[in-house]
Design a protein around this ligand. Structure first.
Ligand code: V47
Length: 364
């Protein structure tokens, strides 16, 4: 093995931070099992044989969106035949439907609607909180928070404060895409910049709101732009410690304006997952969003640094609009089976990683 990779292995074994150059070298490494082994060692050091999941439900309030990012097949114009906006009552009903399954979290994100005012979003949170007092509401990406500030004339802090008072528990990690301004200019020029996304997350963290982080990879970005993205997240995490998990999202091209781009291979996806685990030394959790990875690869990703398989989801529109072949939801029993079969211990968590139940085989 090259001396470079031996040195990286030594650094990882000694808990030392990897540089940008080392990150780039890892992305060039063709020995996937070497990357997996290193990443798994880090995972084992952080969370042992535990593999986390939660029981949740995704709700997308509207698909009408003024941003119309080139990588997105979900957003439509308001006159489109597929356009929809949910009433607050519908949102509450969807939330209530999730309770018999034992849901502990609602994950609410949406398009940037041209006409809805900030009070609609605030009322969604208020009413969900009123009717389902014990559920954790993880809602609105930093891009949506930026948009709410624009349409309301409030500052980011004021928007977050009002949402928090209404019952918001944490922010999901979407909208990060790749922070590179070159990429954003080309794919999503109308929405919050990478710097703005990071600034909003920093504000949220300082207000005591935990958040996740994502990276959408496998479109027009370079390998260097991916590593720069990870390093920016790592730097903010050094400052605030407010990120809980990182979720690498492989781009699904179908029905998007980038349909000519080939879908990433399983090899590339596992490599990105392992390198994320190795570069993000200050993140506790790397999450595999099984909806995007597919269930078989999500299970195997547990050997490549992942310690969280996300949730039961129930209904998923964003990736399915872009051709995802996975089903929209998965049962808790299926998640348990995937984790047990891979030799890990399933731990049902709440949104902020309190352990709710540690499972043993033959017990649900
Ligand atoms: O922000 C959009 C991405 C994200 C496509 O925080 C696409 O726990 C692939 O962020 N192909 C939304 N991806 C999903 C998301 C998420 C999912 C699960 C858990 C969490 C969490 C966050 O999906 C968007 C965008 O980056 N996306 N279009 C596409 N065609």
């Amino acid at each position: 093995m090259d001396k470079l990779y031996k040195d990286i292995e030594l650094k990882v074994n000694n808990n030392l931070r990897l540089s940008k150059e080392e990150g780039l070298a890892l992305m060039e490494c063709q020995d996937l099992l070497f990357l997996g082994k290193l990443a798994r060692e880090v995972k084992l050091r952080k969370t042992g044989r535990k593999a986390f999941f939660n029981v949740n439900r995704h709700i997308n309030l509207t698909n009408i969106c003024i941003s119309r990012c080139k990588f997105c097949a979900f957003g439509v114009d308001k006159n489109d035949a597929k356009a929809y906006v949910m009433s607050i009552e519908e949102v509450v009903n969807k939330g209530l439907e999730a309770l018999p399954q034992g849901a502990t979290e609602l994950h609410i994100v949406s398009g940037l609607h041209p006409e809805k005012s900030f009070s609609y979003y605030l009322n969604v949170i208020r009413e969900v909180r009123k009717h389902i007092p014990n559920i954790h509401i993880q809602a609105f990406t930093a891009v949506e928070i930026d948009y709410f500030a624009q349409i309301s004339g409030l500052s980011i802090k004021e928007v977050l404060q009002q949402l928090k008072e209404a019952g918001l528990g944490s922010l999901p990690g979407g909208g990060a895409e790749v922070f590179s301004s070159r990429v954003r200019q080309e794919l999503c020029a109308k929405k919050a910049s990478g710097e703005r996304w990071l600034e909003i997350m920093e504000t949220a963290h300082r207000m005591g709101l935990r958040t996740n982080a994502t990276m959408l990879f496998g479109h027009i970005e370079t390998i260097e732009e991916r590593i720069d993205h990870l390093i920016k997240l790592r730097e903010l995490q050094d400052k605030t410690g407010g990120f809980q998990s990182f979720i690498p999202l492989p781009f699904h091209p179908a029905n998007t304006q980038l349909e000519n781009i080939k879908r990433t291979t399983a090899y590339e996806e596992l490599k990105m997952i392992a390198v994320s685990r190795l570069m993000l030394d200050n993140f506790d959790h790397i999450k595999a969003f099984w909806i995007m990875l597919g269930i078989p690869l999500a299970q195997i990703s547990l050997e490549f640094g992942v310690d969280d398989l996300d949730g039961t989801v129930v209904e998923e529109k964003i990736t399915h609009a872009a051709g995802a072949q996975t089903k929209e939801g998965i049962s808790k029993e299926e998640l348990l089976e995937l984790i047990f079969t891979a030799g890990y211990i399933p731990v049902e968590r709440d949104t902020v990683y309190n352990e709710l139940k540690i499972y043993e085989r033959n017990e649900t």
